[in-house]
Ligand binder design. Sequence first.
Ligand code: IMP
Ligand code: MG
Length: 185
Amino acid sequence: MQNYQDVLAEILIDSDSLQKRVTELGQQISADYNGQDLLLICILRGAVPFLVDLSRNIETPHMMDFMAVSSYGVGRRESSGSARVTLDLQTDIHNRNVLLVEDIVDSGHTIAAVLQMLRTRQPKSLKVCALLDKPERREAHVPIDYLGFAIPNKFVFGYGLDLDEYHRNLKFVGVVDLEKYIPAG
Ligand code: IMP
Ligand code: MG
């Protein structure tokens, strides 16, 4: 895999801006769920850094759990329109206030499928918190209750988002230079 410096076209959202916005979202969620039970569900793997920073900014007591869905494989950057659960929750969400934490809503198919599946388990409430939104790409309608940033239709990486599974560790969100990037495989 190339170093990130070699495939970075521009930094779209720097670390300070991310931390500031995540802090604000945490405060908003703390106020909205004040006095209520809350379960954060992190969609692996892209939402991990966001979940960690967000959770540390939520002041109300809450639990967290993790699930994985496959819609994008290595080397594929288009959502298929369906999503398959590859790792299910450990927690029974019946009657719980559930907040789904996702890195990015692109076509919307992933979140739409996850919401539909989780609704059958009858949570008390079910909301979505997404760090990024690419509204131009939306195909499936999904309500985003808490949003970090709306971004243009560009392929981005860093702060959880991957480039063929690499570079999730970066502290910023950057745009991929598709002329310089050499896809894996
Ligand atoms: P959707 O089903 O099209 O909304 O796809 C959402 C998933 O695609 C996200 O959870 C990401 O894992 C992935 N994805 C979409 N856009 C990007 C991007 O620009 N960079 C990295 N991953 C992306
Ligand atoms: Mg994801």
